[in-house]
Design a protein around this ligand. Structure first.
Ligand code: HEM
Ligand code: CU
Length: 570
């Protein structure tokens, strides 16, 4: 029995044992943990670029025409390209790779007690295609005409016709990059789904799976079901751009609104694709640091499924001003307002988990709590936009912009820091510095609110998105408006500077940090039962874990210890 396990283990990891050595060992690895690191570091590198872009265009907005330190003067075309690529990078090359691919790869096999993914080579291919897509996107910034400037939503006819967008090559490269990114995540998602279904430790039933693993897999299913129409749409747009077809260009008999349907049929579920993993991290962290069982495991799981299903029926709220029939707008208003019910429920479960817990405000817990608070602001402001009447006024203003940054920032940035600070000890075997961690936390959260609350106000008075210079609009060029813009921009600079504390903390702790041990947070899930960092194969083949109970048995009355690991025999 044990012998066959060893034999199988060796076979499936053949190329890791006998393949390339040195640095190539990491490049060509099929180990899910190494692939997770590749995704993590690539995503973080892209976040630095996306953040730098935000810095450049925010400087232009607050102080029009200045030479931005570290960049220079921003032209109108460059402005468009910067915002387009900032949005695209943050969603497709930061949120997706970090939340889903990096943490999904690292955590799913460890949380379910498996030695690796079911398809390790597909996993490697997924990262390589992802890397290629990132390189194509970055290269597109340097081609003749510059990077694509038609916004991350890429609406035609602007995106379909080179004469209109003036960034012919950039537009096509952007489209190819996005399409390849989709391929990478389809490959990765198949792996996650199959692995969760097939590789669970003996004894681990559906309701024993930690919610983080469930949420990442649900997100993968949601992505898979929503992205198909947009892949077809992307191919059609590519033909419009390069072959002269007219799917979306009215001048050639096409329908530009068709693209909006294809894009948002994917684009709105995409918000939940990145939200679900962040919800998974937050609930797991909340439970550990409140030393309490998750309030309503099944509520959480089925509410997430309901949210995912409903998210397929809200897409046309992006088209309230695109000329859809007002009766149809009513239908989409109802579905949109309805989805706030399950999402609210997810947050209530977190709050109920906190209630009466023995809460410890360690750094990961601070991030998790701030996720609940900040995401709530994003959710509540969405209710205004979901109501079609109000949206006619708010559409395409900074109110929308501030709303979706209050959802995406908690998801992509707060969610990442929560997960990173919680699992860092497992990933690198060292503890992060608690004091630096808290400085970084407050240095991020406070400025974040000072960036986007002013933008809510400016949006409320009608300031439009995607405008290079508000001096062209006298009604938007009052001194008090410039003061608000300056507050937002200066807060961003402060926030970006505080990220240096994070990088300092990572490097310092990685090199000289206190050793973490297997289970520094006294948590129950299986990843904490192996050594930190886990070896190739995760556990010695002879002692792969068995599961005896659910993942959240904290504060059990019959036990002296306040936690009860899933793999501990009764
Ligand atoms: C680091 C702090 C950030 C700041 C200060 C910031 C600021 C901005 C601003 C001012 C714009 C609009 C520019 C315009 O319409 O003229 C924008 C656009 C956008 N941002 Fe951010 N952003 C930040 C982080 C993020 C994150 C983390 C995400 C997503 C995960 C994100 C996603 C987007 C998207 C999708 C757009 C729309 C781009 C478009 O209109 O095509 N941003 N950002
Ligand atoms: Cu939407």
């Amino acid at each position: 029995m044990a012998d066959t396990a060893v034999a199988i283990d060796h076979e499936s990891h053949a190329d890791a044992h006998h393949g390339p050595t040195g640095i190539l060992k990491y490049v060509w690895s099929t180990d899910h943990k190494i692939i997770a690191m590749q995704y993590l570091f690539t995503g973080m590198f892209m976040a630095v670029i996306g953040g730098f872009m935000a810095y450049v265009f925010r400087m232009q907005l607050a102080f029009p025409g200045i030479s931005v330190p570290g960049y220079g003067q921003v032209s109108p075309g460059e402005y468009n390209s910067l915002i387009t690529n900032h949005g695209s990078i943050m969603i497709f090359w930061v949120a997706m790779p970090v939340l889903i691919a990096a943490f999904g790869n690292f955590l799913i096999p460890l949380m379910i007690g498996a030695d690796d993914m079911v398809f390790p080579r597909i996993n490697r291919l997924s990262y390589q295609i992802f890397l290629l897509s990132a390189l194509i996107l970055l290269a597109s910034l340097f081609v003749a005409g510059g990077g694509f400037g038609g916004a991350w939503t890429s609406y035609p006819p602007l995106s379909a016709v080179g004469e209109y967008n003036q960034t012919n090559i950039g537009a096509t490269m952007w489209l190819i990059a996005v399409a390849l990114e989709f391929v990478a995540f389809l490959l990765g998602g198949i792996n996650f789904i199959v692995t969760l279904m097939n590789s669970r430790a003996p004894g681990m039933k559906a309701y024993d799976i930690p919610l983080t693993a469930w949420m990442i897999v649900l997100a993968s299913v949601l992505f898979m079901l929503s992205v198909g129409p947009l892949i077809a749409g992307a191919a059609m747009l590519l033909f419009d751009q390069t072959l002269g077809t007219g799917f979306f260009d009215p001048a050639r008999g096409g329908d530009p609104i068709l693209w909006q349907h294809l894009f948002w049929f994917f684009g709105h579920p995409e918000v939940y694709v990145v939200l679900l993993p962040a919800i998974g991290f937050t609930i797991d962290i909340t439970s550990t640091f409140a030393r309490k069982k998750v309030f309503g495991y099944k509520i959480m799981l089925y509410t997430a499924v309901a949210t995912a299903v409903l998210s397929f029926f809200v897409w046309a709220h992006h088209q309230f001003v695109a000329g859809i029939d007002p009766r149809m707008a009513n239908v989409f208003t109802i579905t949109t307002l309805l989805i706030s019910v399950p999402v609210g429920e997810l947050l209530f479960v977190m709050i109920a988990t906190l209630y009466g817990g023995a809460i410890r405000l360690a750094v990961p817990m601070l991030w998790a709590l701030s996720f609940i608070a900040e995401f709530l602001i994003g959710g509540v402001t969405g209710i205004f936009l979901g109501a079609s009447g109000a949206d006619i006024y708010f559409h395409d203003t900074y109110f929308v912009l501030a709303h979706f940054h209050y959802t995406f920032f908690p998801i992509a940035i707060i969610g990442t820091f929560a997960a990173f600070t919680y699992w860092f000890p497992k990933m690198f075997g060292k503890m992060l510095d608690e004091r630096l961690g808290k400085i970084h936390f407050w240095g991020t959260i406070i400025p974040f609110n000072f960036i986007f609350i002013p933008l809510f106000m400016l949006g409320g008075i009608g300031q439009h998105r995607r405008i290079y210079n508000f001096e062209h609009f006298p009604e938007l060029a009052e001194p008090w408006m410039y003061n608000l813009r300056a507050i937002a921009t200066i807060s961003l600079v402060i926030m970006l500077l505080f990220q240096l504390v994070f990088f300092l903390n990572v490097i310092k702790s990685w090199i000289g940090g206190e050793k973490a041990g297997n289970n520094p947070w006294k948590a129950n899930t299986l990843e904490w039962s192996t050594v930190s960092p886990p070896p190739h194969g995760n556990w010695a083949p002879a002692d792969l874990p068995k599961v005896y109970r659910g993942p959240y048995e904290y504060g059990h009355p019959d036990r002296e210890e306040d936690y009860w690991p899933q793999n501990e025999p009764d």
